[in-house]
Design a binder for this molecule. Structure first.
Ligand SMILES: Nc1nc2c(c(=O)[nH]1)N[C@H]1C(S)=C(S)[C@@H](COP(=O)(O)O)O[C@H]1N2
Ligand SMILES: [Mo]
Length: 223
């Protein structure tokens, strides 16, 4: 049977199919490796998009003067460090764009952060083989926890700039964590201590009924 013999409507359908597959390829649909890889829908279930940037805290926004800020990275590591802000800003810097998903159901797209990648810090401090968890402590007493592999993701940043401006006090300046793959309660503001540990220690919200992980695509909101 030659091509000319095929009914025209079947030819049309095939074209359509090919075009839709082509579009999938362009969008990278069905690619895995990152939780949001190739997602056509960027908005996780139960979330609504906002264009403002809500502020969430425990009722206090610590006033950490740049000269007083310290970041201590400790626990089961080969090279524990304590950085002043100047020392931290002298580390290799990177810009990254990511979405925020808050467990209170707002999401904010395309936040441009600048800071030091978690990957870079891991290379400096070198966690020991038995490390499985990363525990954070902040200047307001807030704590939270993530698995080592979550901290080690390519898109995790210790940020001191947002949209080209110094990170404001209300959003966690001088320096906050940005862990875009998890709900934002896992991204501590005013961070001052990062501890590498063999055992887990649930943080402020995790002991108050929040999920120990926090994947917005799985709606890991509450435990
Ligand atoms: N130190 C500290 N970090 C924190 C919090 C906090 O209360 N204290 N709140 C968390 C919560 S619940 C959210 S949703 C985000 C809010 O960040 P934003 O205020 O910059 O939007 O910060 C997270 N990090
Ligand atoms: Mo939150």
């Amino acid at each position: 049977m030659s091509d000319d013999d095929k009914p025209p409507e079947i030819e049309g359908a095939k074209e359509k199919l090919i075009r839709s597959k082509e579009k999938w390829a362009e969008e990278g649909r069905l690619l895995t490796g990152r939780p949001d890889a190739g997602r056509v829908n960027r908005l996780p279930p139960g979330q609504r998009l906002v264009t403002n940037w809500p502020v969430l805290d425990l009722g206090a926004q610590p006033d950490v003067k740049p000269e007083n800020w310290r970041l201590r990275i400790m626990g089961l590591v080969e090279n524990p460090v304590v950085y002043t802000l100047d020392e931290f800003l002298a580390l290799p810097q990177q810009e990254m764009v990511s979405d925020i998903h808050c467990v209170t159901a707002w999401s904010r797209y395309d936040n441009r952060w600048k800071g030091v990648t978690a990957k870079a810090l891991l290379e400096i401090v070198k966690p020991k083989p038995e490390v499985k968890h990363v525990l954070f402590q902040s200047y307001d007493g807030y704590t939270t926890n993530v698995a080592l592999e979550v901290f080690a993701a390519d898109n995790v940043l210790l940020a001191h700039e947002w949209e080209g401006q110094k990170l404001t006090r209300e959003h966690g300046g001088p320096v906050r964590m940005v862990i875009p793959d998890w709900y934002f309660w896992k991204s501590p503001k005013w961070v001052t201590r990062i501890e590498f540990s063999a055992t887990d220690r649930p943080g402020f919200w995790e002991v108050r009924g929040y999920h120990n992980e926090g994947d917005p695509w799985k709606e890991e909101r509450y435990s």
